[in-house]
Structure formats: structure tokens, C-alpha cells
Ligand binder design. Structure first.
Ligand code: GLU
Length: 319
């Protein structure tokens, strides 16, 4: 059996909110319950979306909550760097390997081209790629490259990806039928989320991924990439989303429920107690310490439905 290693994988595009904290809280408990370690990795490939200072603020917020990690951006980096923006050489190597194996090809289609050429698909926003550029000749590629830089797609086979999620159960996906060949490197050279996450989790030795269920549908792509390189995928635990008291998804731009704001009005134990209550680890929001929750953590106490924050849960932030 592999040693247990979990991870926090924030995107430093703004202040961390209570929904992010809920996810990291559960990732921390799941790893510590197994006597495991945690790695902190910042997903900042798409540098234009990032906010200056957000990574430092996130580290400060995690530390304030007591959600410590064993590997991350600090001296003694073991399997770093821990900022994706500094890992391009690693992604380049993996990309070159796939290219050498004939598994990627340049694609010159615009989004509109794909939409128009694709067969009708229930999810309009991500139609199945019809394979337009799959068989371009060398000359055609050279010709088109003069006009625009290509994105790069991974050739997917007909295989089905199956995996067991710790909360949502057995999952099944046929990548070729659901999306077709997918982009792993954009035309501007930025590597795509599914590719970088899959590689980083594998290269950093992550054996357990705990994250919100909005990423459940991304998991087969990540498994697909990991298998191409012969990596063993981690165990998956997708968790419900925390919604605001109006039932809306929390967003980084709304400041009221950011940890930065909550820190002004609550102690770490008060916040941890509330998170524990939301996770079904205690019946009320009484303050409590993280360590005492470790033996009590039980993923099966989680419900699959999204969790709506009770209206007055962080009332002091509004005063
Ligand atoms: N970076 C993503 C986020 O902050 C999480 C990605 C993942 O957990 O795989 O939402």
C-alpha cells in the first residue's frame, strides 16, 4: 500500500472563502485520519487570472485555521516546485513524450468551428470534438501554422474509465464519446487543468484527492492522463459544495464569507466547530480543536447533497 498523501490545490485567484476552507478542512482530516501527509500546491498556470498576494493570503488563512501541510512552497521543497507556473519544464517533458508517442496533434479549430462541426450534444458548452484536425498532413499543418498557433489535443481511445468515489460511488465515463480528443495545451502555450493536475498529483505522490463534487466530472480525464504515463490514480473523495444562505455558490469575489473577513470576527476554534457541524461531525457549532476531530472523521457521515449555510452562521461578519 502507498503511504497516504493528500493535497490542497488552491487556485490563487482571490481570497479563500468558507467553501474552500470546508474542502481543505475535509482534505486535512481525511489525510490525518490515515496518518498521512499533505502537500500544498498552487494552481496558477493561467497567470492572467491570478491575483497578486492571494497565495500568501491562502497560506496564512490555512495556517490560521490549523490546516498545516508537510510539503509546499517553502525551503526543503521535495517534489516541487509547488507553483504550477514554475512547473512548465515538467509539463513540457511530459508533452514531448506524448508527442513522441504520436498521442497528441495540433488543432487549428476555433471554438465556433468545433461547435458547428460537432454532432448535437446535450452539453452545448462542450461538444464532442469531431476530429477535424486528427488526420492533417504535414503540409497542411505547416500551412495552417503560418496563420495561427495551434492548440494541442490528446488522441483518446475508445476505452472506458471507471473509478470509485468515496461518497458518490462507482463512476463510469467513455472519454471518446463524451468529449473526444481533448485539449491539453492551449494555443497560447498554457497547459490545461486536466493535464497539469493529473501530472502533479502523480509526480507529487498524492494518493488521496478530496475536493468539491463540481470536479467529479473532471476525474476520468485526469485518470486517463495518469494511465497514459503508467501512474496509479489516487483514491477520490468528492464532497458536497457549501452554498450561501440563499443557496448560491460561493465566489471568491464576494468578500463577506472570505476567511480574511471571518478571521476578524471569529477564533479558529469557532470556525473549526462550525465546519465540523456542517460536515456532520458534531450536532452544533460549538468551538472545537482540529486534532480532536481526527478520530471522529468519517466520510460516510457526509451527505451527497450540497450544504446550505444556516443564515446566521457567520452573523458577526455582517455586523
Ligand atoms: N485548483 C482548483 C480550485 O481551486 C482545484 C483543483 C483540484 O482540486 O483538482 O478550485
Amino acid at each position: 500500500m502507498r503511504d497516504c498523501k493528500g493535497r490542497f490545490a488552491p487556485t490563487p485567484s482571490g481570497d479563500m472563502h468558507i467553501g474552500n476552507a470546508f474542502c481543505y478542512f475535509l482534505a486535512w482530516l481525511a489525510a490525518r485520519k490515515e496518518g498521512g501527509k499533505l502537500v500544498l500546491r498552487f494552481e496558477d498556470c493561467d497567470t492572467l487570472r491570478m491575483q497578486r498576494g492571494a497565495a500568501e493570503q491562502t497560506m496564512s488563512d490555512l495556517a490560521w485555521l490549523g490546516l498545516n501541510w508537510d510539503e509546499g512552497p517553502a525551503p526543503g521543497e521535495e517534489s516541487g516546485p509547488y507553483f504550477q507556473s514554475c512547473r512548465t519544464a515538467i509539463y513540457d517533458r511530459a508533452f514531448d513524450e506524448l508527442r513522441g508517442r504520436g498521442l497528441v496533434y495540433p488543432c487549428f479549430c476555433s471554438r465556433q468551428d468545433v461547435r458547428q462541426a460537432a454532432a448535437p450534444h446535450p452539453d452545448e458548452s462542450s461538444p464532442v470534438y469531431p476530429g477535424t484536425c486528427r488526420t492533417l498532413s504535414g503540409d497542411e499543418i505547416r500551412e495552417r501554422s503560418r496563420l495561427r498557433a495551434p492548440a494541442w489535443r490528446l488522441r483518446v481511445t475508445d476505452e472506458t474509465v471507471e473509478f470509485l468515489d468515496g461518497l458518490y460511488g462507482q463512476q463510469r465515463c467513455a472519454p471518446a464519446a463524451e468529449k473526444g480528443d481533448f485539449i491539453i495545451r492551449r494555443a497560447d502555450g498554457v497547459y490545461c487543468y486536466q493535464f497539469t493536475v493529473a501530472l502533479d498529483d502523480a509526480l507529487m505522490g498524492v494518493s488521496q484527492v478530496v475536493r468539491s463534487h463540481d470536479l467529479l466530472s473532471s476525474t476520468p480525464w485526469q485518470i486517463y492522463v495518469q494511465r497514459l504515463f503508467g501512474y496509479e490514480p489516487p483514491a477520490w473523495l468528492h464532497i458536497p459544495l457549501l452554498l450561501d444562505d440563499g443557496g448560491r455558490r460561493l465566489a471568491k469575489r464576494e468578500k463577506a464569507l472570505s476567511i480574511r473577513q471571518i478571521r476578524r470576527c471569529y477564533t479558529p476554534e469557532e470556525v473549526v466547530g462550525r465546519l465540523a457541524c456542517l460536515a456532520g461531525l458534531q450536532s452544533g457549532p460549538e468551538p472545537c480543536g482540529l486534532e480532536e476531530l481526527v478520530p471522529r472523521f468519517d466520510p460516510s457521515a457526509l451527505r451527497r447533497e450540497d450544504i446550505v449555510l444556516p443564515p446566521d452562521f457567520f452573523a458577526r461578519c455582517r455586523e
